[in-house]
Ligand binder design. Structure first.
Ligand code: LP5
Ligand code: MN
Length: 242
């Protein structure tokens, strides 16, 4: 049973113009599910690609309206993913959402909970981590954002092709989280719960004794979310049995 004390976690919707059904699913989720929640955490990759807050992205207007609407009665948090790390304060302010650093630790009941997008945990993917360090650099971002939108768009298209090619050559395991990194991160943050997305491999994994890692799924083709209600976590994903 859900009530206004419920907290929801989602990530990896990868919304884009080419997949109107996913946008539709998200709007439906906001109207029927999130409306009952007190807090919504979006842990990255809400958008397939975000090139800067100066992109008015008219096809996302209904998405923005739904998020603004949620913010009227609920609290909205957003953490950057590897595809929408250029979401800035302009969009965050417009949506009345707070931007979270990765990782962020919160308390839920008796649990200490770390929230991450998940890409930082993929430490075997050295090429990606090097690339990440480059594009998360403030100066690099200022330079990139000072380019005309059309140029940013074509750079991003080139990058996606390179990334797609690089991923063909990477082993499946390399693109998952490194379990030692997971264990060390949870120990260093002193948490017993870790919630992340990014890998598109939804699941619930024990980590050492009494620690749990919840992996959020992507939204292609169906919604995936984690809820915290009545002192319990529940992962709702068509690929994970309850
Ligand atoms: O998200 P997913 O699952 O597809 O892949 C990620 C990693 N890839 C990326 C790149 C994005 O997919 C590309 C789209 C991002 C748009 C961002 C908009 C901002 C524009 C920035 C423009 C430069 O994140 C992929 C991981 C995978 O997850 C699993 O974890 O493996 O990583 C890669 O494939 C990266 C390659 O290993 C290295 C790419 C080298 C490209 C070097 C060009 C650098 C040029 C900089 C720009 C001028
Ligand atoms: Mn991601």
């Amino acid at each position: 049973m859900s009530d206004r004390s419920e907290i929801l976690f989602i990530s990896d919707l990868h919304l884009d113009q080419q997949h109107p059904q996913v946008i539709e699913n998200f709007l439906n989720f906001m109207q029927t599910r999130a409306i009952k929640a007190r807090v919504l955490y979006i842990l990255g990759d809400l958008f397939e690609v975000w090139l800067g807050d100066d992109d008015s992205a008219p096809y996302f207007q209904p998405v923005f309206e739904a998020l603004k609407n949620f913010s009227l009665n609920g609290k909205l948090f957003f953490m950057h993913g590897n595809r929408d790390f250029l979401i800035g304060s302009q969009l965050a302010n417009a949506l009345k959402c707070s931007l979270l650093t990765d990782p962020t630790v919160i308390q839920l009941g008796n649990h200490q909970v770390a929230l991450m997008h998940g890409d930082l945990l993929c430490t075997d993917d050295v090429d990606y981590q090097n690339f990440r360090s480059l594009v998360r650099d403030e100066q690099w971002q200022r330079d990139f954002l000072s380019k005309p939108l059309a140029q940013r768009r074509s750079i991003a298209t080139g990058l996606r092709e390179k990334s797609h090619q690089a991923m063909q050559d990477k082993h499946y395991e390399i693109m998952d989280v490194n379990l030692t990194t997971v264990a060390n991160t949870m120990r260093d943050l002193d948490v017993d719960i870790l919630i992340h997305g990014h890998t598109h491999r939804p699941g619930i994994h024990p980590v050492a004794t009494h620690k749990t890692r919840y992996v959020l799924g992507d939204w292609h083709p169906e919604p995936s979310y984690l809820s915290w209600s009545n002192n319990q976590f529940q992962l709702k994903d068509p690929r994970v049995s309850a």
